[in-house]
Design a protein around this ligand. Sequence first.
Ligand code: ADP
Ligand code: MG
Length: 535
Amino acid sequence: MSTYGIDLGTTYSCIATLDNNGNPEVVRNQVDASDTLASVVYFESSDNVVIGASAKDMIETDGDRVVQFVKREIGKPDAHTYEFDGKTYTPVEISSLILKRLKQMVEEQGGNVDDVVITCPAYFGLEERNATKKAGELAGLHVLNLINEPTAAALSYCARQFQEERTILVYDLGGGTFDVTIVKMSQVLNDEGNEVQKVTVVATGGNDKLGGKDWDDKLFEYIIQVCCDENGLTPLEIDAETRQIIRSRVEIAKKKLSTSESTKVKINVNGSMTNIVITRDEFEQLTSNLVAQTMNYVEEVIKNANNPNIDMVLLVGGSTYMPMIHDTVEKRFPQKVQLHDPDRAVAMGAAIYASMLVEENMLEISSSENGLTSSTIKKGKFSIEDQTPRSFGPGVYDENEQYVIDNIIKMGVSMPAKSVQTYYTPEDNMPKIILRVFENMSMDETLIPCVNEQGKSQECNVADNVKLLGDLEMALPVATKKNTPIEVTFKVDALGVYVKAKNVYNGEAVETTLHMDSDIDVKRSCVNLVKVSAE
Ligand code: ADP
Ligand code: MG
């Protein structure tokens, strides 16, 4: 099988495929003896780049040449670039190195990666999605599609278990991010009249700066404090080297506490050995406030989804191995919590989706878990329906001649989403129109963009997160009259925005699928349409 699902994570990544029986399985990272690959890149020298656990180990001693958490920057307008040995790397290029390493892991075991589905957070906007896809292509992968991480997790779960209608809350606590998503699984009839399983993202939230690393930090501070108390020092007197040693131990200690009631850490402080015993109880007290924070996001998302009845909670992300997470979530949702393959479920769900996209034949996925009878789901029985992560619309003049974004596709509608709207030319004899395409996070019908029609900055609501995605230019015939109707079509799917403008009088049309990497010349003075005909 050459079809794979990839979870390109902030701290750990994972690649999975379906075995001969159609069961998802993770491709092991043999070098690190792990199912996952640390998303860390170490630029050791101009001809040696190391990815994974050994790169992570270098944070201590050669941190300036190590790049991590690059997912936080992918597709962001203010992303860093990194320079090593005279070469510059963008976040897309760094991500592609991680993806290349995953591909190599498969090849080292005799496999071959052709088609892939890569996962991304449900809240990623179009630029982040395009950048993720580009990283895949740069790594030599054929990216069939992207899928939202919580959807993949739900898919990986329900492909094994059930086929009835359910509302699932996905609680995903990873290394650096916390995502909570409500997905609805339902059965619908498709165009051919067959029953298919539909996965719909209902609401999403979380914090992209809250994750396992914060638990590490708490433990780190605690150990520093004990070292100080035992040796009569202040935290500033603990030297950098000792701090780095402590830093390298905390994640291991944290993981140990997921299965043991206590763990020991030995630290040499200024020549004297300090033995620290940490119990799980102590650790849970240190970090209870972090757990509480995640639950606040859970409540917020439930509220945003209009308080649905939650049938099941899926715990996803390596940090949900911590018993305190399971216990807290279980308390809130008694008997609803499922913990299964938290650090692998996303990649496995992506593998299921990838195979659904390429397999012509019916494929049976069966599995028996916890002694339950095996359930079988046939390929073609799933239709994935995610929501638009943003609102989209063209820049046009409204009735008051104010240049606005006309939000014709709203955030949160089912993808693929399509909207057709007719606008009008505002003057006689316009040689062309330039239709600007915007993405934003507003639910308003119209809003004011941060850049006016002349490309100058203007006052706007920063929280709307308005981004100009690109533009579409269409020449108009000589002597085109004022109020000529122009039909504008927007289509949004997981991979991009398709825009078409059609001159209703002569049928001429131009279309484009926006590529975020193209330079957008916002200074070009633009000729726009009006929302309402002046007649
Ligand atoms: P990502 O954030 O990249 O999606 P993961 O879902 O793999 O990553 O989560 C990684 C986080 O999970 C790290 O902070 C790691 O320390 C933590 N983690 C992994 N295994 C355990 C465990 N057994 N106990 C506690 N934390 C764990
Ligand atoms: Mg993850």
